[in-house]
Design a protein around this ligand. Sequence first.
Ligand code: CTP
Ligand code: MG
Length: 171
Amino acid sequence: SAPITVPARGLVLLVGASGSGKSTFARNHFRPTEIVSSDVCRGLVADDENDQAATADAFDLLHHLVGIRLRRGLLTVVDATNVQRAARASLVALARDHDVLVDAIVFDLPDEVAVERNRIRADRTFGPQVITRQVRELRRSMKGIKKEGFRRVHVLRDVAQADGAAIIREK
Ligand code: CTP
Ligand code: MG
């Protein structure tokens, strides 16, 4: 399939349920310093990447980091589920504040992929109902996501598309 083009100095939101492969994808296509991860931020503010009670502080830090990078003209990839419209909206607004483009890369995979992957994961403690809720939120998001202010919304519909994707940074 066609390569995914991203704005060289802009923002990229990864969008997908836990287990959909966002962090793996980010590692394969972007430099470690280009990736701002909600889990890493949670770890930094709580010593525990799974501490859901630290979510507000973690996203405060995430937004702060993203804002600084965009101001400095650095490509920035947000590795968070971003399945809620409000979560995406605040990041789209941040890009707009910094006059940079923002793309979304959506992991709209078959439901069972994320559930099955998380079942065998040691680094995730929550149950399948959490994944199911996130998948539902993602599905609900798909209809209107193109009107949320993204320059482009790239949708990966199956594992082969996600694993085979190529990224091109625009000038
Ligand atoms: N995985 C896989 N094949 C892929 C992508 C991921 O087998 N193409 C596996 C990873 O090795 C990992 C699990 O699936 O054990 C979840 O992948 P990850 O990239 O960590 O998913 P995320 O979307 O980042 O999940 P989370 O939101 O929970 O961080
Ligand atoms: Mg991850």
